[in-house]
Design a binder for this molecule. Structure first.
Ligand code: 13P
Length: 248
């Protein structure tokens, strides 16, 4: 069974109501005939306005994080119910910037993933190694540990999208080569087969993320195990449409 490609943007802490609305209006006709699923994950405060802007288009609006508790004293956090109020389906969890700057650990990633799944949301769960880990030959060990902890208690892994984002490739312009990305994503798929079942591994969507752009998307997307991309910088401009239309 062929997997449907999935290209998602991650706006990170960028855009405003005005600039975001304009971008979505400009992107909508350009991505209307996409052969893949399309989403833009946006800052929580922009979700209402971007949901409105994307109405009637094939662009799904997603979130960049979600808390594990249903509600309560968690200043600054957002709950699954709040996201569902706006029809959000996708939520990025465990992005390396959250791990690096905001104390996110594999344990908290796991809690967020379980809560998102229980609420019927689709986590875009981010994993990946740092440069020093890659250079020390630890990539597979790091990925294995992340998958082991992040997925603890997850029954149906196919309800998750995994984004493989090597930390050294994020925002650096230093994309993984097609071969590096394919090799690690194939490894992730093989781990999913071992942890779950071969059929689950066949079915799960695994994206690549890290300096993916209009110029390098074709080569990455041609790799057999790469099902899509999680796009940072290039999702803030019309180039995003070129990535979505990589096959045209
Ligand atoms: P860049 O595409 O800007 O490297 O960011 C990738 C990323 O972190 C997507 O989540």
């Amino acid at each position: 069974m062929a997997r449907k490609p999935f290209i998602a943007g991650n706006w990170k802490m960028n855009m405003t109501v005005a600039t975001g609305t304009q971008l979505i209006k400009d992107l909508a006709p350009l991505v209307a005939d996409a052969n893949c699923d399309v989403a833009l994950c946006v800052p929580a405060i922009l979700i209402p306005a971007m949901t409105e802007a994307a109405k009637g288009t094939n662009i799904a609006i997603g979130a960049e994080n979600v808390h594990w508790a249903a509600s309560g004293a968690y200043t600054g956090e957002v709950s699954t119910a709040m996201l569902k109020d706006y029809g959000v389906q996708y939520v990025i969890i465990g992005h390396s910037e959250r791990r690096q700057y905001f104390g996110e650990t594999d344990e908290t990633v796991n809690k967020r993933v379980l809560t998102a799944l229980a609420a019927g949301l689709t986590p875009i769960m981010c994993i990946g190694e740092t440069l020093s880990q890659r250079e020390a030959g630890e990539t597979e060990a790091v990925i294995t540990k992340q998958l082991d902890i992040d997925l603890q208690g997850v029954e149906d892994v196919t309800k998750i999208v995994i984004a493989y984002e090597p930390v050294w490739a994020i925002g650096t312009g230093r994309t993984a080569t097609d071969e590096q990305a394919e090799e690690t994503i194939a490894f992730i798929r093989s781990r999913i087969a071992e942890m779950y079942c071969p059929k689950c591994a066949e079915k799960i969507i695994i994206q690549y993320g890290g300096s993916m752009n209009a110029g390098n998307c074709k080569g990455l997307m041609a790799q057999p195990d790469i099902d899509g991309g999680l796009i940072g910088g290039a999702s803030l401009k019309l180039d995003f449409a070129k990535i979505v239309n990589w096959d045209k």
